[in-house]
Design a protein around this ligand. Structure first.
Ligand code: OOG
Ligand code: MG
Length: 258
């Protein structure tokens, strides 16, 4: 039997030492999703024990862009802790990560708890504001090579998160599904996409999360932040390089590698 705490301990060491490890699923054919989410809890608990707070959740692999890029065909969630939140304008410190990649997301700040069964409408009604956001991925696995269970245990590759400078109430925006995102590397446009890339509507991914958590006896709560999943595919961060994410109606975020 595979022990979730052992898996977590290896991931914690990989993160601490900035040294990627091989995926677990290669050696443990019985590694299932339930064990993987237990390992994720233990991984995150080590951060809480070190004094961090749970600030919310992240969704992963909620768009075809992302599922195709990573070769995994189902969504997942991870947990976001206070130590992961990066200040607007701060560089991605390459000495703190293994091989960081950045991607655009829409983040939701909740004004109210979300009761199951959640829907796009109930998520929007429970949302205080939305932000353009950037997810800094830093898989603890070599070459970002993982199966769904591996990446669940690795807390959905969570590394860092940036929130954009503009907040909007959902009702102030025409439609979150139509919010565009333009990604530029060194000034050149490398990717474009709209919010609907995420499960048809970014709030649909938050609803999926609320229902998933409910099945496990947890509730998405007022005050929590939810990163709803990559709109565009990830771009590597390199020293001296800069990636700019421009969101329709939600401002821009520039992320530089230093
Ligand atoms: C897994 C995490 C995926 C997203 O938004 O799809 C994710 C990975 O790609 O490393 O954050
Ligand atoms: Mg993401």
């Amino acid at each position: 039997m595979i022990d979730p705490q052992d898996i977590a301990d290896e991931l914690i060491a990989a993160e601490r030492e900035h040294k990627a490890i091989g995926q677990f699923s290669d050696n443990y054919p019985d590694f299932d999703l339930e064990t993987a989410y237990r390992a994720q809890r233990a991984f995150v608990q080590s951060k809480l024990d070190a004094g961090e707070r749970l600030v919310g959740y992240k969704l992963g692999l909620t768009s075809r862009n992302k599922q195709q890029a990573m070769g995994v065909d189902a969504p997942l969630y991870g947990r976001v802790t206070s130590g992961m939140i990066c200040g607007y304008g701060e560089p991605v410190r390459l000495d703190r990560f293994i091989h960081p990649r950045v991607e655009s997301e829409i983040a939701f700040l909740l004004a109210r708890d979300i009761e199951p069964p959640a829907t796009v409408i109930s998520v929007l009604a429970a949302t205080d504001v939305v932000f353009g956001a950037v997810d800094v991925l830093d898989s603890r696995y070599e070459g970002f090579k993982f199966t769904l269970t591996d990446v669940v245990a690795d807390n959905a590759s969570a590394g860092g998160f940036y929130l954009g400078p503009v907040t909007r109430r959902p009702g102030e925006l025409e439609d979150l599904g139509l919010i565009g995102c333009v990604v530029r590397v060194g000034g050149e446009v490398v990717m474009t996409a709209a919010g609907a890339a995420v499960m048809g509507h970014p709030a649909a991914s938050v609803a999926w999360l609320a229902n998933q958590l409910a099945a496990e006896g947890e509730v998405l709560q007022a005050g929590q932040l939810v990163f709803s999943g990559g709109v565009t595919a990830p771009v590597p961060v390199v020293a001296g390089g800069s990636v700019t994410f421009q969101f329709g109606g939600l401002g821009s975020i520039e992320v530089a590698g230093a």
